[in-house]
Design a protein around this ligand. Structure first.
Ligand code: PBG
Length: 328
């Protein structure tokens, strides 16, 4: 009788929770998670980000608390974004030693610098009054090469303040080489660069632009970030260029809509690959869950597993502390 039924029975390995746990091929570990945090100049109370329930623009004080919490749960690192009070055309706050990111970094370096990795996003959009990621030409285009000097200055200011990894996110050509040279010249040859190499012009960044107050005041980022429908192989080209310029780790961003890119990158590089589960990915899950339309905890874990399974070694996620706690 049994011969009429299948002999190979994949379900055998799924029958009990201990069996499924034992044979799991994809695991998450808190050390692979990186928590993005926002610190805002001139506020006295943490300011909730409306489109990202549970995420705040922090004061220097509440930032410390959030960083301690992340460290205690075993999160691998945090990535810091600054929101200055005053913005201008050249993004002066980005490399001001008294700028909010630099001051907050010094706090964190003193308090949690040994417990987790302090990463800084290096870009100009949070600091420019026009909201673009670089300096503008008189006709309003982003000036690639003039911007590189600003990135170099910002990266050095961040390293001096205590940043342990520099993460350039502006998608200018040559940004990794320019930052590498500046760090080396300033005595920071040992500081790694985590390059946002394959970063797409994405609608999923919407809520972040509220959190970091960095929406472009005109136009969009399509002339510097990758086109979601761009040339086949463009991401790999970006990745190879960044590695040739000295990147120590690379990133794909956003995550869930670009799992194919994460996999392609993982298959060709021999450095850690990070994926950024961005603000819109977070907001969609929180909003649907708040409506009772999906099982929040289940969907969060499923999305992180998918990103990991696609090949990401590191995941930037606003849920890092919560998930680290859940994994404990
Ligand atoms: C640029 C930057 C952005 C994000 C991280 N770094 C915004 C953008 O490119 O417009 C988005 C992150 C998110 O959406 O969570 N400094």
């Amino acid at each position: 009788m049994t011969a009429e039924f299948p002999v190979a029975r994949p379900r055998r390995l799924r029958r009990t929770a201990p069996l499924r746990r034992m044979v799991a091929g994809t695991r998450l570990h808190p050390a692979e998670l990186i928590l993005p945090l926002f610190v805002k100049e001139g506020i006295t109370e943490p300011n909730p980000v409306g489109s990202m329930p549970g995420v705040f623009q922090h004061t220097r004080d509440s930032l410390r608390k959030a960083a301690h919490e992340a460290a205690e749960t075993g999160v691998g690192g945090l990535i810091l974004f600054g929101v200055p009070l005053h913005k201008d055309g050249r993004g002066s706050g980005a490399d001001d030693p008294e700028g909010i990111v630099q001051l907050a970094l010094a706090d964190l370096a003193a308090e949690v610098g040994d417990a987790l990795v302090l990463i800084t996003d290096t870009c100009l959009d949070e600091y420019t009054d026009h909201g673009h990621c670089g300096l503008l030409t008189p006709t309003g285009e982003v000036d690639n090469d003039a911007t590189l000097e600003r990135y170099a200055a910002a990266a050095v200011a961040q390293a001096r303040a205590g940043a342990q990894v520099i993460a350039p996110s502006g998608m200018m050509d040559g940004q990794v080489a320019a930052i590498r040279a500046a760090l080396d010249a300033d005595g920071f040859a040992e500081i790694p660069i985590l390059a946002y190499s394959a970063k797409f012009a994405s609608g999923f960044y919407g809520p972040f632009r509220e959190a970091a107050e960095c929406a472009p005041q005109f136009g969009d980022r399509n002339a510097y970030q990758q086109d979601p429908a761009g040339p086949v192989g463009e991401s790999l080209r970006e990745i190879r260029l960044d590695l040739a310029e000295g990147a120590d780790a690379v990133m794909v961003k956003p995550a869930l809509a670009y799992l194919d890119i994460i996999r392609q990158v993982r298959d060709i590089v021999d450095v850690p690959v990070a994926a950024y589960q961005v603000s819109g990915e977070y907001a969609m899950v929180e909003a649907a869950a708040a409506n009772g339309w999906i099982d929040r905890d289940r969907v969060i874990m499923e999305s992180l597993i998918a990103i990991r399974r696609a090949g990401a070694d590191l995941i930037l996620t606003y849920w890092a502390t919560e998930i680290a706690r859940r994994l404990a």
